[in-house]
Design a protein around this ligand. Structure first.
Ligand code: CP
Ligand code: NVA
Length: 317
């Protein structure tokens, strides 16, 4: 069976845990032995990864590329604009053709459906490197980082602030798999459909017995939290991207949910701040928080490299 990495929900807890533990082991060996460690160089020797980007990226693009290199493989980066996809070749034909050349396909897609369609026709593993719906690679790297700093994520209180978006959907799906408590301070009854993206995942998770709750008061979310997390208020492809009035409205609604030092001070003494980056200081988070010693955002960015290797090995080796 082809092992696609599309959503946290589709992979069982045991395998998710194995991916994170493998990433921790690979990171340790990488630090001790360096980037040309022979053992790592043989793991994906002669394997190729096609990377399709329909949206911009810094971390995902570079970490997957470098990961393939460290594992002895090779990657091909393709922006959609340079592919026949842009002229109307079907996703299905693209998947069938790429399957004849490469051993895996990573895609950052505008629409989640494109990833599902690609996987449907692909004979090689497809990795979701972000869609409008989710960002599963990211949250595994974030969980790995949280555990490096404050120990097992089990029973920890994770407090999310601000927009309801793709990254949050992956955190919601992770709650049951990793047994953490997720409290989301996100706008309720804002009358902006932009905030509805996570509604069905929240309901699904609650029905399945996950410890996920929505609160309107950010202070309630921050109180005794172990992790404070946020993300940009304006995701790529957000409907406010080319609509200034909507952007202004969204800014107004979200301003009370900015992560501030005041919120950080309500959290546990050892609490950390995480953010998948790119971050916008003074918008979703105060500079005093993201640039403080409670912030682990650059470890989190580094861990994308180690987690990508574990995901590639899980799906392609
Ligand atoms: N966090 C993340 O996915 O970053 P990029 O958009 O730079 O890849
Ligand atoms: N929610 C953000 C994440 C960027 C890594 C976006 O989709 O743009």
């Amino acid at each position: 069976m082809v092992k696609h990495f599309i959503d946290i929900d589709n992979i069982n807890s045991k395998e998710l845990r194995e991916i994170i533990d493998l990433a921790k082991k690979i990171k340790k060996e990488h630090k001790e032995k360096g980037r040309s460690y022979k053992k790592h160089k043989s793991l994906l020797e002669n394997k190729s990864l096609a990377m399709i980007f329909e949206k911009t990226s810094t971390r995902t693009r570079v970490s997957f590329d470098v990961a393939m290199n460290h594992l002895g493989g090779h990657s091909i980066i393709m922006n959609k604009a340079d592919m026949q996809l842009v002229k109307g070749e079907s996703t299905s034909d693209t998947a069938k053709v790429l399957s004849r050349y490469v051993d895996g396909i990573m895609i950052r897609a505008i629409s989640h459906q494109t990833i599902l369609d690609l996987a449907q026709s692909s004979e090689v593993p497809v990795i979701n490197a972000l869609s409008d719906f989710s960002h599963p690679c990211q949250i595994l790297a974030s969980i790995m980082t949280i555990e490096e700093h404050i120990g097992s994520i089990q029973n920890k209180k994770i407090a999310w602030f601000g927009d309801a978006n793709n990254v949050l959907n992956s955190y919601i799906q992770g709650a049951k798999k990793f047994n953490y408590k997720l409290v989301m301070a996100i706008p309720i009854n804002s009358n902006l459909k932009e905030f509805d993206l996570c509604d069905s995942e929240i309901k699904k998770a609650q029905m399945a017995g996950s410890d996920v709750t929505v609160v309107s008061d950010p202070k309630e979310a921050a109180k005794d939290a172990d992790v404070l997390v946020t993300d940009t208020w304006f995701s790529m492809g957000d409907s406010s991207e080319y609509n200034d009035a909507l952007k202004h409205k969204k800014l107004n609604v979200l301003t009370p949910y900015r992560v501030t030092s005041e919120l950080m001070n309500l959290a546990n003494e050892n609490a950390i701040f995480t953010h998948c980056l790119p971050a916008y200081r003074g918008v979703e988070v105060e500079a005093d928080v993201i640039d403080s010693d409670k912030s682990v955002v650059f470890d989190e960015a580094e861990n994308r490299l180690h987690i990508q290797k574990a995901i590639l090995l899980w799906s392609m080796s």
